[in-house]
Design a protein around this ligand. Structure first.
Ligand SMILES: [Zn+2]
Length: 370
């Protein structure tokens, strides 16, 4: 519900003040001032709009703000590692227009807040692109958490690119494989984050966004961990989206990558991990103990052939999770209510024993998690 006038009121037939936590209330009037609800009182029911429902706006726990869905650009779905390499053919558009189209679709589906993991179109103009995103968030009236991307490692494969080059008969025909790529330094990324903090407003907040451990070096993860602890700024990172990423982590971090995160202080209630498809029960336990949040992105996992998150374990261990669209909803319509139903449908089909613990109400609660 968008409230643009200084004072407004609505008489609604059904009210869900705390979806998943409390009952449906009937015939209530909501009053608001300057965009903030200041009163909820019962009404006689004479003036209510038949069939009306009021509830908190949904939160999209993980997204990329793609105004042009990838299929529209001719990029076929997954597997993720191949799909990522195809993203290079996305047409470059004005950052404002691209983000505004995506945010407007989200707002139409009832989303009032979203995490925007920014994919740069031009690595040298991140600051300007972010300014366009901030402007789009304000224009649409949606609250955006902007995750500043930190990346650069393993652009093509998760380990040395030398064997990768060897599979080509004529590698010199693919100069991009050996061309030096522009990469922001850690300091540049931290400076841009500080500069963007100046733009923070009701509709634009800044987070650290190490894109994923396989794409970010240890020095970056450790610096972000320390900065987050000293500033309170949140961290948002893709993690264990595919089995290959898990294999890479197992080979790279003999102590266990989640234990490494814990050792450097990265695990805290300030951290949200996106996907977690390949998390093991003991890892879920440690993440839960540290208060880490998870974004489950079912449509994206299906479209990118990543697998499905261990929902029953996540629920059994009481890990807090939200629902993310990842710019990859099944119909490219950013319909988060359908995404919540998809999660529930998946549960009742594959984990019927756990369904008793996952009611439709709790699925809604996840979708509206702040
Ligand atoms: Zn993502």
């Amino acid at each position: 519900m968008h409230m643009s006038s200084p004072r407004a009121s609505w008489a609604v037939e059904r009210l869900l003040p705390l979806p998943g936590h409390g009952p449906v209330l009937r015939n209530h009037t909501l009053s608001a001032r300057d965009g903030v609800i200041e009163g909820i009182v019962p009404t006689t029911g004479e003036n209510v709009q038949a069939g009306s429902l009021a509830m908190p706006a949904f939160a999209n726990a993980h997204d990329h703000g793609r105004g042009l869905p990838t299929l529209s650009c001719g990029i076929p779905d997954g597997p993720l590692e191949l799909w990522v390499s195809r993203l290079g053919v996305e047409p470059h558009t004005l950052s404002f227009l691209n983000a505004a189209c995506a945010f407007a679709r989200m707002a139409q589906s009832g989303i009032g807040a979203a995490v925007h993991c920014h994919n740069t179109q031009n690595g040298r103009t991140l600051l300007q692109e972010a300014q366009g995103v901030a402007k789009a968030a304000k224009a649409v009236g949606i609250r955006i958490a902007f995750a500043v991307p930190f990346a650069g490692e393993n652009p093509f494969v998760y380990e040395s690119s030398a064997p990768f080059r060897d599979i080509f008969d004529y590698p010199d025909q693919f100069p991009a494989l050996s061309a030096s790529r522009y990469r922001r330094s850690l300091q540049e990324g931290l400076d841009i984050t500080d500069a963007l903090a100046e733009l923070e407003s009701e509709t634009f907040h800044v987070q650290y966004g190490p894109v994923g451990p396989q794409w970010t070096d240890r020095a970056t993860l450790e610096a972000i961990s320390a900065r987050s602890a000293s500033t309170g700024r949140r961290v948002h990172m893709h993690f264990f989206e595919t089995r290959l990423q898990q294999e890479w982590a197992d080979a790279t971090f003999p102590e266990g990558i989640v234990n490494y995160f814990d050792r450097i202080g990265l695990l805290s209630p300030r951290l949200t991990l996106a996907h977690g498809v390949w998390l093991r029960p003991d890892e879920i336990e440690l993440l839960t103990a540290r208060g880490v949040l998870l974004s489950c992105n079912i449509s994206s996992n299906m479209r990118l052939a990543s697998g499905l998150p261990p929902i029953s374990t996540i629920i059994d261990k009481n890990m807090k999770f939200g629902i993310g669209l990842d710019g990859m909803s099944l119909e490219d319509d950013d319909d988060i209510l359908r995404e919540a139903r998809l999660l529930r449908g998946l549960m009742q089909t594959t984990q019927p024993a756990s369904l008793a613990r996952v009611t439709a109400a709790s699925a809604r609660r996840s979708a509206s998690m702040p």
